[in-house]
Design a protein. Sequence first.
Length: 242
Amino acid sequence: MSKVSKFTIIGLIILLGVNTVVFTMVYKESEEKYDNLKSRYQMKNDSGFAYILKNIDSVIPLAETLEAISNTAKDESPTKVVQLIETAKKEVAHMDEQLQALIEFSDDYSENGSPEIVVNHTVMNTEEQFNIYLSADSGIWWVIRSISYDYWKSSPKIINDKAREHLRLLADELRSMEKTLDILKENHTSSINSIYAVELAKPHVVGQLEPHFKKLNKLNENLNEKLDRKLNEELHSNSGDK
């Protein structure tokens, strides 16, 4: 082998070694920057979670509005009924928005999870968190919308007994949720309990609220089944009349 070839090979080996060292240094620096950014993001996320939990509004006004609709007189003024229905729509939209924001900020990076699930411009890092986020959409808005439609379709204008009972059941569950929220606020946002880490608070908050989400969704599923059954009966009856 000629001296030129030897020097060429040695040069390539040195160059390869230098490139490897440089790449390793750059990679390590990038990894440190990523970890630092991730840590700062987590701090921001934890702060947002604590703020939302501490300042989340009461769900009692919505419960009271649902009860007010359920208790309207048979000959109640349509204007009053519509006002209550529109109020309920606004209150439930606000409640769902707050609860979903709380779940969105409940992501946990203790196991080095990375944000990867995106829905409705929100980012979550586990499938479980994503599923709970979806269940936090109470579905009450659609119930109110359905009741509103049935009310205007009816003659005379009345809210049927099944709808009234359903609204009362929803109100009862909301009152139960309010008690849970009060306990969670006390346990995880008061100055006395500030020593508790947010990373421990998050799964506890989610775990305590999840049964309420499931109960609300189950109630609405039951109502939808009744409405579908009623619709099928009406369609069958109309078909028979022809």
